[in-house]
Write a protein that binds this ligand. Structure first.
Ligand SMILES: O=C(O)CCC(=O)C(=O)O
Length: 365
């Protein structure tokens, strides 16, 4: 995986129905603690990046979100601790130096008392999303040879189970942490590896995480089964739809031994990169990367090179599965933004997940 500098200015967005080319560059800001972004000459996977953009005045909600993304200077917010419910949330989200903290992707249930009531517009959107989910199996789109998007493929129940499992694993040894590059630039997400560790500093896989020697938790069997089923279903659909057109374009099956779990807060992002640190055999065979999206939607770019001006764009919503293997195994891809408040309400209610997006990418070394 390698990244790209995104310190530039948003100019335009020529998104149209026929061709979703995104013609944008992005304005990004640097957090105090983050060294100057650099062009990722080393191909940094998640991009030497612009930093958290949210500099808005603190209120209860944004303070908790900022704390959860590790960007809040605790000393500046003494009033927050006067409120019992907020301090309850903060107890759950460490403000120790990021290297040492256990990152919780869900609020404690006690914090439910401070939840905001969803607006009518949000409730309606949720209903539409649920309707789409019920069309499961008819919503498979081939984005390009070897790259398939399965809209709403993961049922809400399974999404809830995945969030709960990731929360549990994320709080255990080898769980979520704040990754950084060798030069100290922080990635705009929290990460946890399952199966094997992938290190953003060396771009190598290993059995333990160098920063704390933790052994990554195993990939739950239920996750692996879902990955295998998704590939089978996507191939079956493509074959049935048009046996001639898709002959030779089916996705090789995958028995994953690595899963990289990313959690993006609302200001999270990830530069255009390729997933190319897996074994030469895997890359040669085009064994796919299978990606699960859960929570808030993401603006996802993909293309032939590390160029946001020529990349295509697609919105990944909660429950979507994206598969890229075969001819698309080395496609450049990245996340330009998270679309706040787009997660299914029922998911939020069942998990008490903090605002943001959970993404799991399964691979084989
Ligand atoms: O969050 C996503 O959808 C992409 C994640 C990704 O590209 C990666 O982990 O390599």
């Amino acid at each position: 995986m390698s990244g790209n500098n995104r310190q530039s200015n948003r100019k335009s967005d020529n998104n149209n129905n026929d061709n979703n080319k995104i013609k944008q560059t992005y304005t990004c800001f640097r957090a105090e603690a983050v060294p100057l972004p650099k062009i990722a000459s080393d191909g940094s996977p998640y991009g030497a990046s612009c930093s958290e953009k949210d500099k808005s005045p603190l209120n209860e909600k944004s303070a908790v979100e900022d704390m959860s993304s590790g960007n809040l200077d605790f000393k500046e917010t003494p009033n927050l601790l006067d409120d019992d419910s907020i301090s309850e949330k903060l107890k759950n989200i460490s403000h120790e130096p990021q290297e040492n903290k256990r990152y919780d992707i869900c609020y404690k249930s006690a914090s439910k008392a401070v939840k905001l009531k969803p607006s009518l517009a949000v409730i309606n959107r949720e209903k539409r999303n649920q309707l789409n989910r019920s069309k499961q199996g008819q919503n498979i789109i081939m984005l390009r040879p070897g790259m398939v998007l399965m809209k709403g493929y993961i049922s809400l129940n399974d999404q809830v189970s995945i969030v709960k499992k990731c929360r549990e694993l994320g709080l255990s040894d080898g769980g979520f942490y704040q990754p950084a590059y060798r030069e100290g630039t922080k990635l705009h997400l929290k990460m946890m590896c399952l199966g094997k560790n992938w290190d953003p500093q060396t771009k190598l896989y290993s059995d333990t995480r160098p920063s704390d020697n933790a052994k990554p938790p195993a990939i739950p069997d239920t996750f692996s089964d879902m990955v295998k089923k998704a590939i089978r279903d996507s191939n079956a659909y493509l074959e049935e739809k048009n046996p001639n057109a898709y002959a030779g374009q089916l996705i090789p099956s995958l028995s994953p031994d690595i899963c990289i779990v990313n959690f993006y807060t609302e200001s999270g992002k990830l530069g255009l990169h390729q997933d190319k640190d897996e074994s030469p055999k895997t890359l040669k065979q085009g064994l796919p990367v299978v990606s699960f999206s859960i929570g808030d939607s993401a603006e996802f770019l993909y293309g032939d090179d590390r160029d946001i001006d020529t990349a295509d764009k697609v919105i990944l919503e909660s429950g979507d599965v994206l598969i890229f293997g075969g001819k698309s195994r080395l496609v450049f891809h990245g996340v330009t933004s998270i679309l706040p408040k787009t997660a299914p309400i029922s998911l939020q209610e069942a998990t008490d997940m903090i605002p943001g997006r959970l993404n799991l990418t399964f691979r084989r070394y």
